[in-house]
Design a protein around this ligand. Structure first.
Ligand code: IFM
Length: 453
């Protein structure tokens, strides 16, 4: 047994054990069947933006291999799968005329999952904004929020008979900070005012999509996914507590507060930039904080911070996180950060169901013969899944866990250098090789169902 019987019994009977991926990271086929370019095509083809100038042109070639990939998922007993759809396959220009071939592709893909008894959870935006919309101001423009609503409404109507779990956005933090403030993600901007506008319009687009969803019947449940990071103060001192307040707002409250409290956290202006006078319009906060059915939580790492007046460039906040155990991303590991985070959300923000929509780790995996012995990943996963049980014990309404990622894929600015998958990708041949962690996860799911039946 991977875990004791009593351990499995802590989870609800219908707990979702899944894996997650995203369109640009796996699909490839960027110029096929009428797909319009997205900001990630532009960004990854701009010299200096991604490691080794790598891009998602081919990626895992999932566009042509999804049947084989879903056979593999099924053989691993994984019954839930989180994917994202590429907006520019549906609307090559971002709005206007939809693309029948793109629509047909997701028809085939969703049907292929359902035929195998795998439940899809669909994320509508995982960072690949149609380039045509970027040209007219991207997320800095209010219009983009309404174009997103229209795209979302189309998707609900088209696939809502088969897809019952919808996620509007993946990690608005990354769109806002990495894309518009730090320049590390598409569209590669470094402008605080623009970041403030982009973050607001992403949230607004989420709320507008929720409204569109509520206007339809029998389409299931809708939520949003945030990347959250448990922030601990180094001590009880006022300085360290102040640093924690700042870092926690920057990582967590920045999106949790508007979504669940209908207002921006007090430090938002200081952390990003004050909002322009006409940015936040009268009804916006009410739209942004519309009730949702679940919150998706992506958790990878944590931080410990101390107050330090000498840390001028980071607003007096010094990162003192121990790096005794890190993943290949150099992200410090702390599984208790996940249980603390889930309990904190339930305590401070909402009693709606939570789902861990991403958790996992990159390691420098080696394929020897036909085996990838990724004991470090198994250890990471085991401890984080134990943390789920701690949260459940504490009364958190947790409904699912989607491991990131099903297979190695395009890790954005890091290109193909970071391997998060439980399935190894030989990019030369496009062979898929389940790692030891895939078999470990298969056993866990099998045992869970045995105990629960
Ligand atoms: O690969 C990403 C994913 O696209 C979003 N969440 C974090 C993952 C690992 O960096």
């Amino acid at each position: 047994m991977e875990f004791e019987t009593t351990f499995y019994q802590k989870f609800p009977k219908d707990f979702r054990w899944g894996t997650a991926t995203a369109a640009y990271q796996i699909e490839g086929a960027v110029s096929e069947d009428g797909r319009g370019p997205s900001i990630w095509d532009t960004f990854s083809h701009t010299p200096g933006k991604t490691l080794h100038a790598e891009n998602g042109d081919v990626a895992c070639d999932h566009y042509h291999r999804f049947d084989q990939d879903f056979d593999l998922l099924l053989s691993l007993g994984i019954t839930d799968y989180r994917l994202s759809t590429a907006w520019s396959r549906i609307y090559p220009q971002g709005h206007g005329r939809s693309n029948p071939q793109g629509v047909a592709f997701y028809d085939r893909l969703i049907d292929a999952l359902l035929e195998r008894g795998i439940t899809p959870a669909v994320t509508l935006y995982h960072w690949d904004l149609p380039e045509a919309l970027e040209a007219s101001g991207g997320w800095r423009s209010r219009d983009t929020a309404f174009y997103f609503r229209d795209y979302a409404a189309f998707m609900f109507q088209k696939y809502g008979d088969r897809v019952k779990l919808w996620i509007t956005h993946n990690e608005p933090w990354c769109t806002t900070f990495l894309g518009h403030l730090m320049g590390e993600h598409a569209p590669g901007l470094r402008d605080a005012k623009m970041a403030r506008a982009a973050g607001h319009h992403v949230l607004l687009s989420h709320g507008l999509a929720v409204d569109a969803f509520r206007g339809l019947s029998n389409v299931g449940e809708i939520g949003i996914t945030l990347n959250l990071n448990t922030v601990y103060a180094n001590s009880d001192s006022d300085a360290d507590q102040g640093a924690q307040d700042w870092a926690d707002t920057m990582s967590n409250r920045i999106f949790l507060d508007p979504l669940f409290k209908g207002q921006y956290a007090a430090l938002t202006d200081a952390i990003v930039a004050p909002a322009d006078p006409d940015l936040i319009r009268s009804d916006d906060m009410a739209v942004i904080s519309r009730p949702i059915d679940f919150l998706g939580v992506n958790y990878y790492s944590y931080s410990v911070v101390a107050g330090d007046p000498a840390a001028i460039t980071t607003a007096g906040v010094r990162d003192v996180t121990p790096h005794d155990e890190v993943t290949d991303m150099n992200w410090p590991v702390k599984a208790a950060g996940l249980s603390d985070l889930l309990q904190r959300i339930a305590r401070d923000y909402t009693s709606i169901p939570l789902m861990v929509t991403e958790n996992g780790a990159a390691y420098a995996d080696r394929k020897i013969e036909d085996r990838v012995a990724d004991a470090d990943r198994v250890s990471y996963l085991r401890r984080h899944i134990e943390a789920l049980a701690v949260a459940l014990d504490a009364g958190v309404d947790l409904r699912g866990y989607y491991l990131w990622s099903f297979m190695d894929n395009f890790e954005w600015a890091f290109g193909y250098s970071k391997r998060f998958g439980i399935v190894y990708l030989d990019y030369e041949t496009q062979r898929r090789i389940p790692k030891d962690s895939a078999y470990w996860y298969r056993n866990l799911i099998r045992e869970f169902h045995q105990v629960q039946s």
